[in-house]
Design a protein around this ligand. Sequence first.
Ligand code: ADP
Ligand code: MG
Length: 369
Amino acid sequence: MVPQLEDLGDVRGKTVLVRADFNVPMSGPDDGRIIVDDFRIRAALPTINWLSDRGAKVICASHLGRPKGATNSKYSMAPIRRRLAELAPGVELMENLRFNAGEESNDPKFVNEIISGIDLYVNDAFGAAHRSHASIVGPPRTLPSAAGRLLKREVEVLGELRNNPKRPLVAVLGGAKISDKIGVIEALSKVVDSFVIGGGMCFTFLAAKSLPIGDSLCEQDQIAFCRKLLESKVELHLPEDIVGLDRDGNFATFGVRLPDGAKGLDIGPGSAAAFADIIMGGRSVFWNGPMGMFEDERFAAGTRTVAQAMSETKAFTVVGGGDSAAALAQFGYEKDVDHVSTGGGASLEFLELGDLPGLSALRGAPNVN
Ligand code: ADP
Ligand code: MG
């Protein structure tokens, strides 16, 4: 079992390092960055407040962007520190962990630096828990440690989906590339009752069925994988109509056979309705990957219909993946699903392997017997 906050014992008077995921979207000039959305900062408050309310001194730490081991004002934590001070007065925030190359290389010297003066460690950074970085796996080697509330909820929800789902369990998959998601597709194929496949990845499946796909996205080296899945016992639904651009670049609707030069960029309205029906009929639904190039309004309809079905179904609904979560929010259905996973890569890796480096590190902490 992963230790919880309650397993830290009495926290009064203790100094607690909270590894959070404050990798928030930022905009503005390099020397005056502003926070676009403070969701991730607010999401850490239940853990921070739990500790503060019990008399602990809380010091947070996070990475922001990819400064690649060097100090860079563009990735300074200063704007986040100011916002955190408003939301949780008295709570401190260290400088960007990735300003030190030792974070990503998991250097023991850097671990010692970040835990100096610290009594207890809490990991609440689900989005980084799949990385064996210093701040994720280092502190639990010596400090009594626990999972924060966000991390705990992720593990409960994704663990339930993986190990004990209400059936039928439907996995709705999309997004650009199959190669990114082979591991999770393979793991899911052992637990799901059916797959629903749209997005750029559906064209490699259509190609594996020897259908002409024009100039749509296709990963030649994944055709064999798709064929194997198509021939397996798992139920797999592919689009039966496609929306995209014809060879002259004009918006067009096609069947599953795309003419030469055409490009599929969204599932068609018939497929969207069929996919929505399957979602409505599930008792658990996991969705990862947009159904089309939803950033372009012309190709957003399929993703919108799936997002709406996710909001309306009585099934237990989980959405993973940065772009899928962004699409859900863009269409206003964020609040209407049971769980939006905060970690893209981490949620897929957890579904695939059932564990993450950050979790096994916590299980090895000295306060766990
Ligand atoms: P997530 O972040 O939710 O895991 P991905 O990163 O796998 O999702 O995929 C999202 C991207 O896939 C989006 O930028 C979207 O434009 C793109 N995409 C979806 N369908 C298509 C398509 N048919 N052709 C090209 N790109 C697509
Ligand atoms: Mg993405």
